[in-house]
Write a protein that binds this ligand. Structure first.
Ligand SMILES: [Zn+2]
Ligand SMILES: [Zn+2]
Length: 198
């Protein structure tokens, strides 16, 4: 999922092929998100971007945010929470939660937004994203971890300026929201996306 933020002025961002040596990626787990789920993601991010990856201590999500939405958290509010971590050399902040997250969507004819569940959410070129593994868990923990990595890289892809891509197997496929597609794709950016992100 992606939204285009107009007038974005965040100057620094990760680059896929250039040097990110002085840049920091923060992983912010929320509530009871288990640290055991994180080493694979940390490794993938540092392999891909060669930036410093820091895993923050878990923080609690403000339950009040979800109270009016049946326990689901509005993804954009979570991005605003994560924004506070973007200081100094931190160019990317990734929030991780087990809770359900959603974006409000106005459906034709209605003035009351409907709750549209999403697995991840990040603005184009803004350096903050939130990923929920609520619908990613598998009986095989390795599969759960692989899905989490792919879903996160997709959102980070939006953060570094990529829109959805139609190359088969690319992590930026819009259809990767479908778990069957997510399991099939390799989990990397296609050539075209790599060029575009630099
Ligand atoms: Zn997307
Ligand atoms: Zn692509």
């Amino acid at each position: 999922m992606a939204s285009i933020l107009l007038g974005c002025s965040h100057a620094q961002h990760l680059s896929l092929e250039g040097s990110n040596k002085a840049k920091i990626i923060i992983i912010q787990p929320f509530d009871d998100f288990e640290p055991e789920l994180l080493p694979g993601l940390k490794q993938q991010l540092s392999n891909l971007f060669r930036a410093e990856v820091i895993i923050n201590k878990n923080k609690s999500l403000p339950q009040a945010l979800a109270d009016k939405f049946g326990g689901k958290f509005p993804a954009d509010s979570l991005l605003r929470l994560l924004e506070k971590e973007q200081t100094g050399r931190v160019v990317e902040v990734i929030g991780l939660t087990h809770k359900e997250i959603f974006i409000p969507k106005l459906l034709g004819g209605s003035s009351i937004p409907a709750i549209h569940p999403v697995r991840g959410y990040g603005y184009i070129a803004e350096g903050i994203c939130i990923v929920s593994d609520h619908s990613l868990t598998s009986l095989d923990p390795r599969q759960t971890e692989a899905r989490l990595v792919k879903a996160t890289l997709h959102e980070v892809g939006h953060n570094i300026g990529l829109a959805h891509c139609s190359s088969p197997g690319c992590i930026m496929l819009e259809q990767s929201g479908d778990i069957v597609v997510l399991d099939k794709i390799a989990g990397s950016f296609c050539k075209q996306c790599k060029t575009q992100a630099n």
